[in-house]
Design a protein around this ligand. Structure first.
Ligand code: SF4
Length: 109
């Protein structure tokens, strides 16, 4: 643990957050299967570039038009990093987050 390795950046799709448009509802946090988003003081924020797969599932739940996909230089998506985060979460928290995700992305009947 401790020292963070500097990752090679690549140009790819990644989420971009309009901090002024975000109303901090939290819906996108639940919608992201990679747990890439977290709540910040002023708006939702990206936990880390390597958590975002650039697919934009979060965009569909944002009714404030605060999210979009942009192409820019950033760290590559790292599924192993997501796995490590999920393992660190603990079973109760993981079940809670997965259920929130299913409920958020569920399509209307
Ligand atoms: S869904 Fe939109 S408004 Fe809600 S927290 Fe996410 S970015 Fe902000």
């Amino acid at each position: 643990m401790g020292s963070k390795k500097k990752k090679k950046k690549i140009k790819r799709d990644i989420i971009s957050i309009d901090e002024k448009a975000c109303t901090r509802c939290g819906d996108c946090i639940d919608a992201c299967a990679e747990f890439a988003l977290e709540m910040g003081k002023e708006s939702v924020r990206l936990k880390g570039e390597s958590f975002c797969d650039g697919q934009g599932a979060c965009i569909a739940v944002c009714t404030d038009d605060a999210l979009r996909i942009v192409k820019r230089e950033c760290e590559p998506f790292e599924p192993e990093e997501v796995k490590r985060y999920v393992r660190s979460m603990g079973e109760d928290e993981l079940v809670k987050r997965v259920m929130e995700h299913f409920l958020k992305v569920r399509r209307p009947d």
